[in-house]
Design a protein around this ligand. Structure first.
Ligand code: MN
Ligand code: MN
Length: 464
């Protein structure tokens, strides 16, 4: 099998679109660091592109018809976009699925404490992380605090040039003799991932010695002043701690992007862009962006939720064609590209990969017939009939693609949302973009792979 480098399709002078899409993606990645921010950002873009809120269309009683562009926003954390196609919905949808949650640290419900003159925020990590990678980095706070009266306070601190940042400390090398003997999973323990957030005791004209936890009190004063929130309001908050700073070009040739949250926004964003670009297709196009993949796709906003099927039922109903059998057919006849990142081959860690069946930077969109671990456990294993159809579409549109497994047999493995949609008897295959440093605070992708992903998704929506 010959491996082609996709950059060769874009010699100098013909790279403009590849780099332009990279810029667009960088802006998205820098601005949207939580699932909520992704949904809000993409809803705004979708509205500009003429998408309407499905709930408003339902409320208006207007019939849904070919050419309608609709979105359904589930609790601000899951987003489904539909472009109603020319064929009846019963003929099936072409679905691009991806997730918009990323590994991070979440604040606990009672996070703020003081220890010896230092105010700290306690966290619980989210998703699979190498905990030692999250220390001594500038971190930002993103999220919402919901007060008892329902008021929602948006928090986004640490991203602007003059914002303060936060961080988790690590032991100085001079005193780390014991620590350095520990295995990597124990070097930094989960309960040690607390943020230092203040060190000035409150004044308030009081005798500072008498105020218990005066530094914590000072932080609470600032929170009251700047956000009008009290300590108890953390009980109903969702604050995510993420790497501070923007996505940036990587390498002399600027061929790559370093950023936080490529997993899985590097698939979510081109899925979204392709849905806009493909226009009204034969089949109904769907872009489904879900939350909670990193912790097992559970919960109301995860892929296991009934949200998507309820939404499809609403659309059928809005088209005047709802019945259980019509719904079953719409799902059964659907085709899915379940997109998630794959591991990019790393010459420094070649031993975990099997060279013929792994993903390379510049290899284009990655297809994985199956994922899972220990003998494909937990995997959706795609049908070769479906893969053959995709090969025809991709080759017909000169989209660069490659096939890969996540590492060598029995080296490890991973799961995606593919098997959940496959439960509706849809044709589903895993695909996505190769990532270096996956799940690290700063991950790397190749711009040409990102661009080929968008081209591949667009071709799929038009021709599958
Ligand atoms: Mn992922
Ligand atoms: Mn992941």
């Amino acid at each position: 099998m010959e491996k082609k480098n996709a950059w060769k399709k874009y010699p100098e002078g013909k790279r403009e679109e590849v780099f332009a899409f990279g810029e667009e993606y960088k802006a998205f990645l820098s601005g949207c660091k939580t699932e909520r921010e992704c949904v809000a950002g993409l809803v705004a873009q979708a509205k500009d592109a003429g998408f309407e809120d499905l709930n408003e269309v339902i409320a208006s009683g207007r019939e849904i018809k070919t050419g309608d562009k609709l979105y359904a926003n589930n609790m601000g954390k899951t987003l489904a976009l539909f472009v109603i196609g020319k064929q009846p919905l019963e003929k099936g949808m072409n679905i691009l699925g991806a997730h918009i949650d990323s590994p991070r640290l979440d604040l606990k419900q009672v996070p703020l404490y003081e220890d010896t003159g230092m105010a700290m925020l306690d966290t619980h990590y989210y998703g699979g992380v190498k905990k030692y990678q999250w220390v001594t980095l500038p971190l930002a706070l993103h999220g919402v605090v919901v007060k008892k009266d329902g008021t929602k306070v948006e928090v986004n601190l640490g991203e602007k040039e003059d914002d303060p940042v936060f961080g988790v400390s690590d032991l100085l090398i001079h005193l780390a003799g014991e620590q350095m003997e520990k295995k990597a999973s124990k070097v930094i323990e989960g309960e040690k991932l607390d943020l230092l957030v203040g060190s000035i005791p409150c004044a308030d004209g009081e005798d500072e010695e008498k105020v218990k936890d005066a530094v914590k009190a000072n932080v609470l004063n600032l929170l009251k002043e700047q956000y009008n929130i009290e300590e108890e309001d953390f009980l109903s908050a969702e604050i995510e701690v993420v790497p501070a700073g923007k996505a940036r070009d990587y390498g002399f040739d600027r061929s790559m992007i370093m950023g936080y949250g490529h997993d899985d926004r590097v698939c979510a964003y081109p899925s979204f862009a392709a849905t806009l670009e493909a226009g009204v297709c034969d089949k109904t196009s769907v872009c489904l962006l879900v939350d909670k993949e990193e912790i097992g796709s559970v919960g109301a906003t995860g892929m296991c939720s009934k949200f998507f099927s309820y939404t499809v039922a609403e659309i059928l109903n809005g088209m005047g064609g709802y019945s259980q059998i019509a719904f079953n057919r719409a799902m059964d006849n659907s085709k899915v590209l379940s997109s998630d990142v794959n591991a990019a081959y790393d010459p420094l860690y070649a031993s975990v990969m099997e060279k013929n069946n792994c993903a390379y930077f510049g290899g284009g969109l990655v297809f994985s017939k199956y994922t899972g671990s220990r003998g494909k456990g937990g995997s959706n294993d795609a049908n070769p009939e479906y893969m053959a159809e995709l090969r025809r579409i991709l080759d017909g549109n000169e989209v660069a693609y490659q096939t890969a497994e996540l590492g060598k047999v029995d080296q490890g493995g991973g799961g995606t949302i593919a098997y959940i949609l496959a439960n509706y008897n849809m044709s589903v295959i895993d695909c996505g973009v190769a990532v270096l440093n996956m799940h690290a605070p700063w991950e790397i992708i190749s711009k040409v792979d990102l661009y080929e992903a968008k081209r591949g998704y667009t071709a799929f929506l038009r021709e599958a």
